[in-house]
Design a protein around this ligand. Sequence first.
Ligand SMILES: Cc1cc2nc3c(=O)[nH]c(=O)nc-3n(C[C@H](O)[C@H](O)[C@H](O)COP(=O)(O)OP(=O)(O)OC[C@H]3O[C@@H](n4cnc5c(N)ncnc54)[C@H](O)[C@@H]3O)c2cc1C
Length: 459
Amino acid sequence: MGNPKAFLTINRKEAGYRPVLERIEDFGEVEQTLNTEDRMLQASRCMDCGVPFCHWACPVSNRMPEWQDALYKGKWQEAYEIVSATNNFPEFTGRVCPALCEKSCVLALQDMPVTIRENEAAIVERAFQEGYIKPNPPQKRTGKKVAVVGSGPAGLAAADMLNRKGHNVTVFEKDELSGGLLRLGIPDFKLNKKIIDRRIKLLEAEGIVFINNVEAGKDISTPELLKNFDALCLCIGAGKPRDLPVEGRELKGIHFALQLLRQQNRWVRGTEVPPKERIGIENKHVLVIGGGDTGSDCVGTSVRRKAASVTQIEILPMPPRKENPLTPWPLYPNVLKTSTSHQEGCTRRWSLATQRFVGNNGHLSGVEVVDTQTGVAEIIPADLVFLSMGFVHPVHEGLADELGLLYDTRGNIAVTTTSQTSVDKVFVAGDAHLGAGLVVRAIDSGRRAAQAIHAKITL
Ligand SMILES: Cc1cc2nc3c(=O)[nH]c(=O)nc-3n(C[C@H](O)[C@H](O)[C@H](O)COP(=O)(O)OP(=O)(O)OC[C@H]3O[C@@H](n4cnc5c(N)ncnc54)[C@H](O)[C@@H]3O)c2cc1C
């Protein structure tokens, strides 16, 4: 701990965001960066607590106090080495993690936690700039072959760890590009896709084989996979969206959130979206059903696509603005979150349950909702609805059912011991097992699965 008084003398300083009127004109990342001097000063605010709650709250058990100290002292490479010892992809979490660590930082008690997430992003970007992140293929190959199915953060982390052990890793991905929800879910204004391309290039140079546009269980059969590989690691995500099967669901204009976000991410990349699949948003009244992060991404996307109005509704009551006695520090607080997308222009409403969709000539014109507190019903006019109520579990049809996997009571892929499914040689990681969650949890889960697979195939 370089400066034991910094937390008393230096305030939290965030890099901030590009001005709203500028950023809604493009899909570039909204977050800005701090200058080097300020960044190091922010690191000096870490108190190196006897019990580092940040470390405890972090799913990958990042060693924050150690790398904050290195950063404060300008030892950028050392800081990177500590960060990357527990996190394969700090460039992803440094951008999109909700930073559980910051919520449990002791300085959060004064509302001024250390800027841990931003510091992490700065360290990894510096590491790329200075060239000490470079391909580091394993010295020896074991001859063992592992198939990773799905290239989201769980699959990438598992592949990376197994490759480092010298196993031959092939990643099968049904989409045209690797990255899972990082690529086709999370919008570019939160995560520029060049960041994913940069990492995939590195993993390829280290020897991982990526095969895209191949759906395991369909384009490559399940028996073939089991025969050709010593182990399978299923990282197929929680792809089944929660539907809202009420009257009028068949009307035109009602889409799952990911239909919009996948299309938008492809569009930003320059991929032509066939005209009949395009969701026209300009001058439309948009209603986003579901008050979470996916909904917020639909808000930001709709604003950029020049919707006439954007409203987001949530069935639960509005959470407290600041403190919630049900989730006291150091727990992750269930309090009102206002994302950058919300700041860009959106009406937010709570305690509204959807009763039915109403329409004219087969097209949506409004949504009847009822206030769960007062019982009063109303119709919110809407031309477009994006259903953003989360995901129920992984897709069972195809690979998972064919393998005869057991599911838990929520429909996620069940494990017997760490990451091992009910079928020999078949492991699971990420949302497919944990349920829809966070990038950082998926990375951790991928790391754990890799450990279990390594132990199994080198017995
Ligand atoms: C819109 C949205 C925004 C989000 N924003 C954030 C955020 O800001 N911060 C955060 O921490 N988390 C966020 N999340 C959650 C986070 O993206 C996920 O928790 C994480 O990506 C899960 O990783 P995963 O590797 O388990 O699965 P996924 O990322 O879902 O990847 C699964 C991959 O498997 C592939 N696949 C599935 N079946 C097959 C098959 N049979 N053969 C081949 N490939 C297959 C899929 O195509 C997909 O690419 C967001 C989620 C969504 C939907």
